[in-house]
Structure formats: structure tokens, C-alpha cells
Design a protein around this ligand. Sequence first.
Ligand code: CP
Length: 322
Amino acid sequence: MKQFLSAQDVQDIPSLIQSALEYKANPWKDEMLGKHKKLGCLFMNPSMRTRLSTQVAAQQLGMETVIFNVGHEGWALEFEDGATMNGTNVEHVKDAAPILGHYFDILAVRTFPGLKDRSADYSEHIIHQFIHYAGIPVISLESATLHPLQSLADLITVHEAIAQHTLASKPKIVLTWAPHVKPLPQCVANSFAQWVNAWGAADFVITHPKGYELEPSFTNGATISHDQDAALKDADFIYVKNWSAYEDYGTMPGHGGEWMLNNKKIEQSNNGKVMHCLPVRRNVELSDEILDSSNSLVTKQAGNRVWAAQAVIASMLKASNK
Ligand code: CP
């Protein structure tokens, strides 16, 4: 694997899940794989889980990690080709990224969408500029439209729960929109849909209010419903996430009705296991009663971020050693 931006960069998702589970069983089995190699992690936006799990994963492979919170500590970067840089941006990515390519063996980047200009966000201009100019393998730590390490951890969690709770090998997975206080990116929802569809081992339903349709290339293959109660019937897994509108880009159309999950809402599910990528706004996106119940997988899901990152970094290190 030379880059990890989406499910399309993975040849065999079940094998990658298996690799992650092998690292979970034996975290140090490849502790020499990354010896004398460095992972540079650039954060243009805040993070807890992604930052720490990636760092732990790299350390378990013997790699050194350097974290740079460029959004807070670095020079403001310019990404527009041909820009006259007489404003607040101090350094162009075409000058900065090649230097990172000299310092590191693998570069990992987190950037969020602006949620103002849909075509700019969906072009993934920022992460592609790093790929173009850094000249080393790049891992997305979440980009403008996708969050692949999160989605891999999500599928690891589903895979484990199927075995643990002896669920059907083709479970019903429901991705449900949830309320929020401000417009959020579509990344986690897009990415989860893309990975579940690529994985192909689920009966996949997405439910959201009208106006919250996601970009169809990610959701094609899923059943879309505006009736949350009907969608939740017989669900084995319920993935809860807010996102802002894709059509009326970055807005929060009125949703009407009650969309926050509570125990009453999941009564018709198949004792549905509830997932969320975190951070979560309690009693806005998800009720305390769900988050604090045995139905919640959110802590396991976040724990699996380490094994997802370790499988991906290891795959890149092995590719670069060939
Ligand atoms: N789920 C997730 O990406 O968490 P962080 O924003 O804390 O990294």
C-alpha cells in the first residue's frame, strides 16, 4: 500500500481486518519492522483518538513518530497554485511538503473541509497536494471527505462483535443521522458507507432526514430511508453520526421529529450494538442511557483505532521494503 486515503486503496479488506486482529493479539510481533523509520503526523485540526492511536501503533512497529500541530504551531499554509501570497498564509505547500518528504519515511495528515465550497472540499485538494509534493507514502488521518482509519476500526469492531455475539455473518448495519449543535463534515458517514459497501458483507441501510442525502458514489449499494424507526427494525449494528448537508452544502436543514437514539428507539432492533466514532455530544447526538449501556461499542471501537493504524502502517512499511 503506497497511500491510504480511502477503501479504494485497499486490495483486500478482510485481510487488512485480519492483520489488525493479529496485531491486537500480539502488538509487538513486528517491533523491528519500522526500526530507524520515522512517521511524521501533521494535524491541521484537533484530534485525540487519531493522534494517540497512530502514535501508539507506530511505536509498536518500532517507528519514531513526530507530531506537528501545524494548525496551531506552524506557519499558515497556502494551497492555491499561483497564489500571490500577500495575505495571512506564510508558506506554500509546494515549499513545505518536499521538506517533510526529506524528514520522514511516511507522512500522515489530518485536515477538515471548509464546508463552504463543495467542489474544493470534494476535490481533496489539500491531501493531494501533500501526496504530490512530499514524494513519500501518505496516510489520511481524516481528510475533507473521508476518514479511512476510523472506518477500518469500525469494521474491525463489527467483525469482533459478530463473533462475540454469534450474530449473522451478514448483519444488518444501520447508519443513522443524529442531531448536532453545529454543521459537521460528512467524512465519517461517507467513509463508513464506502467501507461497508466495499466490504460487501452486510445488509446496509442509511437513515436520515430529507435534505441530508450523502454523495451517491459513497452510498450506492445502501438502502436509503427517511423513516428512522423502520430502518432500525432488526438492526444488529446502529452507527450514529451527525453530518451537515451535501446538497445545500454545509448547512443544517431542519430535521423535524426526534432523531436522537434512546432505549425506546432501539427496542425494535436485534439488540442493536451502538457505534459512534467519538467525540460525542451526550444527550444531543446520543443519550446517556445508550452510551452507558451494554449495547454501546464506542469504547471498543475507539480502542480498535490502534490496530487499524498498525495494520495500515505495517502494510506501507512492508511495501516500501520490497
Ligand atoms: N474519531 C476521531 O477521529 O477522533 P479524534 O478526532 O479525537 O481523532
